[in-house]
Design a binder for this molecule. Structure first.
Ligand code: FAD
Length: 291
């Protein structure tokens, strides 16, 4: 079912995010994770896109392949930085042919500011949203940042920019990962006060790798609560305990979010299945029932 339809009903929405694999081993792991997660019947899966312009079509090709293989509802990420307007038109034709109805419209990550040369037809995500809206009946998602986008001067300024994406036609948002639910609840209060009224689905990332976490959080400007940092440090050389801790932490986080009004949970899976599967099962066994 198209995401816009699912957003209208009262049920919670659960989604999994995957990225296009680079190596043969990555590909094997991705498809094995998809197989593991298939039985959980997610409402949609989303496929990330590179913003480097390197191989921007991989996300579209992978979306098509996963849709054909699994029948999952797909949302493909498209970024301003990696596509010209002409290319977006070509991609939209492919999406229509393939029956992919959902797009996450993003500016894209600037990974290496010195060397990076963006295709500059679109500067900000609101411009891509507006263009996509004129091209068909897509459900359009956008990114939101409970702890502020690193480039934004203030959270309020960032929310005003989120509003530009909504005014351009965004149907819903997915948040950057965060580890302190207070950030999300405060953000939602602020959004409501500033007239932002689309569903904003929290993004959760199970921490299964100590090094990866510190890289991610540094790049994204995400806060790590002290007790979380202490525990991750404690288990940094004990994979199994870290996995257990991470699953418990994310389960508590997700149940609290869902119990306090969040429309659903978007899992940043990092193409792995074990933690996501267990957290999902824990949620279903808790007070939150999907159906
Ligand atoms: P924008 O909304 O354009 O915002 C970028 C910055 O500019 C913000 O500081 C904002 O406040 C400001 N701004 C926005 N609009 C305006 C305006 N009109 N005028 C002035 N200032 C403005 N990156 C990838 O490369 N590929 C992916 O697949 C990907 N998937 C993601 C999925 C999710 C759920 C999230 C939360 C992020 C994802 N990202 C991805 C990261 C994202 O591309 C980066 O965070 C990027 O730096 C900002 O993207 P955006 O769409 O939020 O940009």
């Amino acid at each position: 079912m198209k995401i816009a339809e699912r957003l209208k009903d009262k049920k919670k929405i659960f989604s999994f995010e995957f990225y296009p694999p680079k190596t043969e081993n990555d590909t094997i792991r991705l498809y094995s994770s998809i197989k593991e997660l298939e039985e959980l019947n997610p409402d949609f899966v989303s496929i990330t896109n590179s913003s480097t312009g390197e191989v921007p079509y991989r996300a579209v090709a992978l979306s098509k392949a996963i849709k054909e293989k699994t029948g999952f509802e797909i949302m493909v990420h498209l970024t301003c930085l990696s596509h010209t307007k002409k290319e977006i038109r070509e991609i939209v034709s492919v999406l229509k042919e393939t029956g992919i109805d959902n797009v996450l419209a993003l500016r894209g990550d600037i990974l290496n500011k010195k060397e990076f040369k963006a295709k500059s037809d679109y500067v900000y995500a609101n411009e891509l949203v507006e263009d996509l809206k004129s091209m068909g009946n897509f459900t359009i998602g956008v990114a939101a940042y409970p702890e502020k986008h690193p480039e934004a001067v203030t959270l309020e300024a960032d929310i005003l920019n989120l509003k530009k994406k909504i005014d351009a036609g965004a149907d819903f948002a997915i948040t950057q990962l965060f580890f302190d639910n207070k950030s999300y609840f405060d953000f939602m209060d602020k959004c409501a006060r500033m007239g932002v009224n689309i569903p904003i689905i929290p993004g959760i990332m199970p921490i299964t790798n100590y090094k990866q976490l510190s890289n991610f959080t540094q790049m994204m400007g995400v806060m790590i609560p002290e007790d979380l940092a202490r525990n991750i440090e404690k288990y940094s050389n004990d994979k199994e305990s870290l996995m257990k801790f991470s699953i418990d932490y994310a389960t508590v986080q997700a149940l609290q979010l869902l119990g306090n009004g969040a429309k659903g949970i978007h899992f940043y899976t990092l193409n792995r299945s074990k933690a996501t599967k267990q957290i999902f099962k824990n949620i279903m066994a808790g007070t939150i029932v999907k159906q």
